[in-house]
Design a protein around this ligand. Sequence first.
Ligand code: ATP
Ligand code: MG
Length: 441
Amino acid sequence: MPTQDPSPSALRIIPRDQHPISRRAISPNALRVLYRLHESGYRACLVGGAVRDLLIGLAPKDFDVATDATPEQVKQLFRNCRLIGRRFRLAHVVFGREIIEVATFRANVDDGSGDRQVVDGGMVLRDNVYGTIEDDAVRRDFTANALYYDISDFSVRDYVGGFEDVSNRVLRLIGDPEARYREDPVRMLRAVRLSAKLGFDIEPGTAAPLPELAPLLAEAAPARLFEECLKMFLAGHAVASFEGLDRHGLLPALFPETAAALAANRSGALRRMLVEGLRSTDQRVARDEPVSPAFLFAVLLWPAYCRTLIGLQAQGLHAPEAERRAADRVTLHQLERVALPRRFSLPMQEIWLMQGRFSQRQRKRVTRTLSHPRFRAAFDFLVLRRAASPAHEEDIAFWQEAQQDPDAAIASHPADVAAAEEGMAPRRRRRRRRRSHAAGE
Ligand code: ATP
Ligand code: MG
């Protein structure tokens, strides 16, 4: 028998005339799946983020369905269905580009100890036990995510008090918060991310354990943390997510070297630059413009890069070598936490290394820099650095002009403009007639 850690509260049924969810706001394909299941004698509910979002008037990203039909039974009902996952078997019903995920009600057989019971064949037991809709509700993370929209009568079914929490815009873990975080530390990031996305408060009991349990994130799979980072920072609420991570003490667990660099940077220049980068990312998302993980991580890890670079230069390494080593070192260290794939880490490093070229104004170098495949991203990055130091204005003006007319730019901007730099680096004697780009931020 599955054991449940949080004891489910009484079922509350909110009839159609007492909630705002209209079928017009539900994807027609999701409705098709719900109706087909229902007509075939199964229970069929919309569940999770979609119900939550519909209740507060947001357009759901995707529509998940929960049912008492097994994945095999679901497959028999839909020609366009494939079963995925071995440990956690799910049905995907495919309609062109839209996929409706159909999951069978599951029970949580984990005792909250954090031990993942593995049985023969490497199957994780707790993921494979089917259960009742009530079991399914209490194994979810937040009460707001555990609401079911039942297609049989269009009611919302609430086993955990989620309806009231959504009305009050509160994010509350189901069950004992500490046990639920220990069971899956990524829930700490989900708390911050969903609070940022929805504008919900994190309920005090749900927020309290965060700073102390933050180190548990080191046990989470780096690939999963990468996915979670994309959801936090590339979905239009990056600034709020960053501030939430910071406020709840999660930053050092996710980006240890960036957190250390921000703490050491008394002028606040590094933080200004980082927040500016996230703000512009949010604006791009809002305007439906493309955003890249490489640029995002260049922003998030820039403080770590600057700090490492300054350390290496203090040891006597010259700029190009120090820059390369700093980029490699920061990337390597960060990979222990977040699995940033190489197709993103390489362009991220190029964006950093290009910053050193922006002070080189010899004609040949200017031509080379302009034709570099990463020029556009690196130049956008330089523009962001203005938030950290006005010293970059000169370079920005030069490269702005150089994109139109390199010769005119070279003629009108003297090559050795040593703008005053501010920031965390002690002033150094310059060995060459070029500025180190790291000192400013
Ligand atoms: P988003 O709008 O970002 O998609 P979401 O709540 O739908 O938010 P998903 O990752 O799509 O998030 O998860 C779907 C549902 O699965 C959640 O609403 C929640 O009920 C459940 N869930 C997801 N992650 C967890 C977790 N770590 N622990 C328990 N339940 C979870
Ligand atoms: Mg979702």
